[in-house]
Every structure is written in C-alpha cells, then in structure tokens.
Design a protein around this ligand. Structure first.
Ligand SMILES: C[S@@+](CC[C@H](N)C(=O)[O-])C[C@H]1O[C@@H](n2cnc3c(N)ncnc32)[C@H](O)[C@@H]1O
Length: 244
C-alpha cells in the first residue's frame, strides 16, 4: 500500500483549493503552450486531474501513470463517468519501459520529489528521456527545494503547511505536507528533499539540455488581489521544464 492509497479522495478534493487553479494550473498550462495533437505521458498522474485537462486541451493521447492503485482507481472512475479517452497504468515510473522516442510531452506533476535518492531521480529522468522524441519536453511541478522549510512553515490561508528538519535538510530527508481542503477535510503526506544541484546533475546526466526552475505565476484576473502576496513571496511549490 502506498501513502496515497489512504488519501486518494481527499487529495482529489484538494484540487478545489484556490491556489490549484490560480497558480498551479495556470503556471503549468502557460509553460506547456499548445498541446494540440501531442502524445503525452502524465507521470504520477494521481486521480487524473491533469490527465483529463491535457486531453481536453487537445492532446491526441494521454496516458497517466501512477504507483498508487487507489489513485488509478479514482482516475479510471472519472474516465468511466466522463469518457475522454485517457488511459491509465498502475506502475512505478522507475519501472516503465516506454517505446523510445514516441512521446511529445512528459508532464510530471509532483513526481520527482518522490525519488528520495539521486540514483532514483536519475532513473525517473532516464525513463522520460527514453520516451521523448528529440525536441520533446518534460514539464512539471515539484516541492520548492530552493526554500526548504525549517521546522513548520504555514501557508494556512492557502490550505497548506509544510514541516522539514530544523537545520538544513540532507539528501532524502522527509518534507511533510498537511492540507486543509475547502470543506475542512485534512490530510497529510510526505515527500523527500534532494538538493537543487542534485536535480540539475540528474537532468544533465539523463541527457536533457536546458533544465530550469520556472517558479510560479498567477493567473491574470487575480494579479491585483493581495491574497496571493504571501504565496508569491515564498512559493511552497515550483514549476520546472527541460527539453530532450
Ligand atoms: C502529489 S500527488 C500528484 C498527483 C497529480 N500529478 C496531481 O497533480 O494531481 C503525487 C503522486 O505521485 C505518485 N507517485 C509517487 N511516487 C511514484 C512513482 N515512483 N511512480 C509513479 N507514481 C508515483 C503518488 O502515488 C501520487 O499519486
């Protein structure tokens, strides 16, 4: 059983928090540009929130991959309720053996910080690199490893709290997340810290040219709303991209 099996429904509900749409979803789709006609892999797809959005945005095919059977069950239930043609695979991304060079875009929303060790991070990225055609991209979100929490840091008004070690974290240290959903439901999970330079090294060693952290951006309609100031001053999560 994976940690997400116990929180699959609550995690899906957290997609209703305002930052998911105004920052996470907006930043991702700004970074992606036009996905029309693309063959897409959605790695660590969870309940398929982005798998479905990518398909609705015009991708020719989207395959979601997740290690949690319960997350995949939620994704398949949504596909059964509203068929969009998304397909799903319950698998550790490290064990995938994709057809080489067949994918235009790998989306990896909150996958890489589950590596826990540099070797597994490199394995995730080698899988992506193998799958992508030349010029294909990997785009995703990650824990903001540039600003690890010292002890507990609260983004409470956004529904989020994080806890890390009191001193500078070491490779593989857990970072705990606590969410409070709009309906008051609470749930927790953890991922694993790796240094920013470990990410740079792993992307380079996997064969990617131009890995970079993209930060976050706020959807235009919210830009005069001071509610977002604290999030933007200290983003708990960040986007990244790289090209094969
Ligand atoms: C924070 S959730 C993100 C889900 C989805 N991408 C989203 O943004 O809604 C992280 C997901 O990563 C999955 N995961 C963690 N390690 C994985 C691995 N090695 N292979 C595949 N999925 C993994 C978890 O099961 C969980 O569903």
């Amino acid at each position: 059983m994976t940690q997400y099996d116990a929180i699959a429904e609550a995690y899906q509900d957290s997609k209703q928090l305002p930052f998911r749409k105004a920052i996470e979803r907006y930043t991702l789709f700004e970074a992606l540009g036009d996905v029309g006609g693309m063959a897409v892999l959605d790695l660590a797809c969870g309940g398929g929130y982005y798998t479905r959005l990518l398909k609705r945005a015009g991708a020719a095919s989207v395959t979601g991959v997740d290690v949690s059977p319960e997350m995949i069950r939620v994704a398949e239930r949504e596909e059964a309720r509203t068929p969009l043609g998304c397909s799903y695979l319950c698998r550790d991304v490290a064990d995938l053996q994709p057809n080489p060079g067949t994918v235009d875009l790998a989306v990896a929303m909150y996958l890489l910080h589950y590596a826990g060790a540099p070797g597994k991070l490199l394995r995730f990225l080698r899988v992506c690199h193998d799958a992508l055609r030349p010029g294909g991209r990997i785009v995703g979100f990650n824990d903001n490893v540039m600003r690890p929490p010292r002890g507990t840091v609260s983004w409470r008004k956004y529904g989020l709290e994080k806890t890390g070690p009191l001193s500078a974290p070491n490779e593989g240290d857990p970072i705990h997340y606590r969410f409070t959903n709009p309906d008051g439901g609470r749930f927790e999970f953890h991922n694993f810290f790796l240094k920013p330079e470990t990410y740079h090294d792993a992307f380079r060693d996997a064969g990617f040219d131009d890995f970079r952290w993209l930060g976050v951006s706020l959807e235009p309609g919210e830009r005069n709303n001071p509610f977002w100031d604290d999030f933007l001053a200290n983003p708990p999560v960040v986007a990244y991209s790289a090209t094969k």
